[in-house]
Design a binder for this molecule. Structure first.
Ligand code: GLC
Length: 442
């Protein structure tokens, strides 16, 4: 076992280094702004060091909340050098965007309820109540917005309009759709002529991370192209749906949403508040509708195309997140755990790979197409414990700690060798390592 005291000090150092006062940047250089789910994971670690600072991490996310309830995936830094980042989005074109900060026009997995509860667990009851009171209205608005805009047919599952909304930017189920159906002609042409290799030379992310550990230029162009199309519709969901842009009911997003709804219920209960009846009904419906994502032939859950209801049968890290959702049957949970035990699937030396090792997509150092990510491990560990797989959870926690202790708080890791990849000094890796360490000792 690694030297735990040293690891803890190292992780604290990373969070201090990336602290920007009221929020923490994910990594210097590559990710200078405030990201939604990053700050949630970061608060889960910070709560062990300084509960006030952890609260502030979450409250500063609310600065970015749109008037319709949406929480954007990024709040941009107000510094002239980041003008280009802000201008790509031009959030001010939407009447719902806040006036005093600039943001994107899309969201990210709804982890705020989880982070609120985790921070709350560190507070004594009267203080916890005050904390919940502070966050509850914004949280409620956010969940209501998710149903209102992202479940337009009232089917129970919420849809996403850009791969960035899943936080798993180039995850195979989405990329497969992109390559098969949605790649614009001009992008195909660039690919055919091999011009992407020329564009590689100009990629800004290559200054921080070797380019072969990031998404491909063709995928990057496609992601920006989809973003432009959303901007052209001023992020208006009705216009976006009318033009049937890229819309998927993502498995990982919906798994996290289910857990978030459970937490929202708990928060309301502790405040002796009733959830609005309509919302309560929708939450029940989501838990039921989630089972429509199960494919009996392969005994796995998948994401689904919103328009055609076709399951996108490409396994990815999302495959295991129903464990975190916590509403699936024990029998199905057992089936998922078997995938985790299999070394050719999700169980190599340093689990959990973001794509099964035997998949056609698997590349051990390529972003969300193979590497192990600490935030995914944290969610899976939490789910395993709730389904009674305590030994599996302990083993996964230990291998995660070992991987990070060996190389440092990197963004992701090669699941076969444990070698680090992506950005160094990455905040959520540091924060979640602190949480895993504290829980291990507890
Ligand atoms: C990358 C990740 C995303 C994360 C962001 C900031 O885009 O894919 O999940 O939120 O970096 O760390």
């Amino acid at each position: 076992m690694p030297d735990l005291t040293e690891l803890l000090e190292q992780a604290k150092g990373v969070l201090e280094m990336n602290d920007r006062g009221n929020y923490t940047q994910p990594a210097h250089g590559l990710y200078p702004h405030q990201w939604l789910w990053d700050s949630c994971f970061i608060a889960i670690g910070l709560r062990h060091l300084d509960t006030e600072r952890a609260k502030m991490e979450l409250l500063s996310l609310l600065r970015g909340q749109w008037h319709n309830g949406m929480l954007p995936n990024i709040i941009f830094r107000d510094d002239p050098i980041y003008r280009t980042d802000r201008n790509i989005w031009r959030s001010w074109i939407s009447p719902f965007a806040p006036n005093d900060v600039m943001t994107t026009g899309i969201t990210q997995p709804p982890l705020l309820a989880e982070a609120t509860v985790q921070v709350g667990a560190k507070l004594a009851w009267p203080e916890r109540r005050l904390w919940y009171r502070l966050v509850y209205p914004a949280l409620l608005n956010y969940h209501q917005w998710l149903y209102q805009e992202r479940d337009p047919h009232g089917e129970g599952l919420v849809l996403q309009i850009h791969p960035w909304e899943t936080g798993l930017d180039n995850t195979p189920p989405w990329m497969n759709e992109l390559h098969e159906h949605l790649l614009q002609l001009w992008i195909r042409l660039i690919e055919k002529l091999g011009l992407d290799h020329v564009i590689n030379l100009f990629r800004r992310d290559a200054h921080s991370v070797p380019i072969d550990q990031r998404f491909s230029t063709i995928e990057a162009l496609a992601l920006v192209d989809i973003q432009r199309r959303l901007r052209r519709k001023a992020y208006d969901i009705n216009k976006i749906l009318d033009h049937s842009l890229f819309t998927i009911e993502d498995l990982s997003f919906n798994s996290i949403f289910i857990r978030a709804n459970t937490h929202l219920r708990e928060i309301a209960k502790s405040l002796r508040e009733e959830l609005p009846e309509e919302l309560d009904k929708k939450i029940h419906k989501t838990e039921k509708a989630f089972e429509e994502l199960w494919d009996q032939y392969s005994s796995q859950y998948y994401s689904r195309d919103f328009i055609t209801h076709r399951l996108l049968k490409v396994p990815s890290i999302a495959t295991l997140l129903p464990l975190y959702a916590g509403t699936i049957s024990q029998e199905r949970a057992d089936q998922l755990v078997r995938l985790l035990e299999n070394e050719h699937n999700f169980g190599p030396a340093y689990p959990v790979p973001s794509v099964p090792v035997s998949s056609f997509w698997f590349k051990p150092k390529l972003y969300w197409q193979g590497p192990t990510w600490v935030n995914m491990n944290w969610l899976i560990i939490d789910g395993l414990k709730r389904y009674g797989f305590n030994d599996h959870a302990a083993a996964l926690s230990e291998s995660t700690l070992e991987m990070v202790a060996r190389s440092g708080c990197y963004e992701y890791f090669d699941p076969l060798t444990g070698e680090p990849a992506g950005a160094a000094n990455f905040s959520w890796t540091a924060a979640l390592i602190i949480d895993l360490l504290k829980n291990q000792v507890a």
